[in-house]
Design a protein around this ligand. Structure first.
Ligand code: SF4
Ligand code: SF4
Length: 56
């Protein structure tokens, strides 16, 4: 599994991308996770001020 972004909750701040050790997240209007790169570590979810990330 990979991190999933709630696009309605994401405010595009980029905090998650800064915490990702795999550079799996890109942020344009909202964050997008490259599921093939994500290792489901959870660092992004902990950094998100909007609670927009779920890691399963
Ligand atoms: S769960 Fe970890 S590897 Fe996956 S996008 Fe978040 S910080 Fe990056
Ligand atoms: S940290 Fe949360 S609100 Fe900020 S860009 Fe990432 S998913 Fe969106």
């Amino acid at each position: 599994m990979a991190a999933t972004i709630d696009k309605d909750a994401c405010v595009g701040c980029g905090a998650c991308a800064g915490e990702c050790p795999c550079e799996a997240i890109t942020v344009e209007d909202v964050a997008v996770v490259d599921a093939d790169t994500c290792v489901s570590c959870g660092a992004c979810a902990g950094a998100c001020p909007a609670g927009a990330i779920t890691v399963e």
